[in-house]
Design a protein. Structure first.
Length: 410
């Protein structure tokens, strides 16, 4: 089964915040810092752009999670020099990030903070003089051994559509609507770190008055699995759910990989029914969520699994590919947004355009900007004239001072 990797999405104010943090607080301290990531279920996004890890402007110093978003735990290491950034041991850094998830699964701390399953890290270098930021995201995922595969032949006739994952099934409109309401009620009274991963049980209808197509759902945190949340319930009514931002019908979100490792390595499960929760309150009648039964690979792989169920950490993967599909970082050139000279030029251009609209619509501002001026004398009057010319967008001035060497302004 394929998984949809996260795509990094950084807000412009974050770069400003990162630069300010480096100049005013971190200085030469390049130790790793905490950063908050957010992802959401966006039903209207194209599949390729749906699984986005968003870094907001306040990600370095805020724990606030807006409604409809899910939290991810992140770390950023902002290097002092570009050489340190390029020469960093990427494999060792990724292994260390994966170790954090692995240890949390083994010692059970993951149950109090499941958002660790969606962890990410950022390596960066900020060129504060040229306003260029180099960065590389990683979304650590622990590789399951053996791999999980869908169980075929589990679809039931009461589901409207037949998605691409073998044996998967869509929730009906009634199921989806009641489930979304139940999840929303649960989220309102639960720590935001729990929202991305949860347990769902489908209750049997014991009364004749119960609606034929209106199931009853119960939702709880992952920790309640060890408190008997599924006790006495048939496996077909047990769901391990996660908020899935992926809009691909046959490729769930990246975070499912770590959830499956939790099911296998902590609870010893070799087969589980997973709910790809893809519905939102405003469109809960669409029934986009998928239920699919997964099990560990072939019988030979399952027999070999106990040999791997030790303290040895499995393989870690997760470095993000750049826009060309290569395993490499990205560069954001924000000169036009952060360079004071560029900002001043933009302010002058804006002011001139406003004047042009009001006073002289036929004025050719580009021709004025391209004009070169020679000023003979640069005393009080010459300086005043030069300032006015610059105010009108003239970019190239040559001042001849007392017959001596000229002074070029551009």
């Amino acid at each position: 089964m394929q998984y949809t990797p996260f795509v990094s999405d950084i807000e412009l104010p974050f770069y400003t915040s990162l630069a300010s943090q480096k100049i005013n607080h971190d200085k030469l301290d390049d130790s790793a810092k905490r950063v908050q990531g957010l992802y959401e279920i966006r039903t209207s996004d194209a599949p390729a752009a749906s699984c986005r890890m968003q870094i907001l402007g306040n990600a370095l110093n805020s724990d606030h999670v807006p409604p409809g978003y899910y939290r991810a735990e992140g770390t950023i290491k902002n290097f002092n020099t570009v050489e340190e950034y390029k020469n960093a041991d990427k494999m060792q850094i990724l292994q260390q990030a994966g170790r954090t998830i692995w240890d949390a699964i083994r010692d059970g701390s993951i149950l109090s903070n499941p958002s660790i399953l969606s962890s990410f890290l950022i390596l960066s270098f900020a060129d504060l003089k040229k306003y260029k930021f180099q960065y590389w995201f990683a979304f650590p995922a622990i590789t399951s051994q053996p791999h999980w595969v869908p169980v075929s032949g589990t679809s039931s006739s009461d589901h409207a559509t037949s998605p691409s994952i073998p044996g998967s099934k869509n929730l009906s409109e009634a199921e989806s609507s009641t489930l979304v309401d139940t999840v929303q009620t649960w989220k309102a009274n639960t720590d935001v770190r729990q929202h991305g991963f949860f347990l769902v049980r489908k209750e049997k209808k014991n009364t004749a008055s119960a609606g034929l197509n209106t199931p009853e759902w119960k939702v709880s945190s992952l920790a309640d699995y060890e408190n008997g949340f599924f006790d006495g319930l048939e496996p077909q009514y047990q769901y391990f759910a996660f908020a899935d931002p992926s809009n691909y019908p046959n490729a769930p979100g990246w975070m499912l990989r770590n959830l499956l490792v939790l099911l296998q390595r902590r609870w010893g499960l070799q087969k589980a029914q997973i709910l790809f929760y893809r519905d939102i309150q405003s469109k809960r009648e669409l029934g986009r969520s998928l239920a699919v039964t997964l099990q560990l690979g072939t019988s030979q792989d399952v027999e070999a699994a106990p040999k791997l169920a030790s303290s040895e950490m499995p393989k870690i993967t997760g470095w993000e590919r750049n826009s060309t599909g290569k395993l490499a970082g990205r560069i954001s050139d924000l000169t036009a947004y952060m360079d004071p000279r560029r900002l001043a030029d933009q302010a002058v251009d804006l002011n001139l355009k406003l004047i042009k609209w009001r006073i002289s619509p036929g004025l050719d501002l580009d021709k004025v900007k391209a004009t070169s001026c020679l000023l003979l004398g640069a005393g009080t009057l010459g300086s005043y004239v030069a300032r006015n010319l610059m105010g009108w967008g003239v970019r190239r001035l040559l001042l001849w001072i007392m017959g001596r060497c000229p002074f070029l302004i551009q």
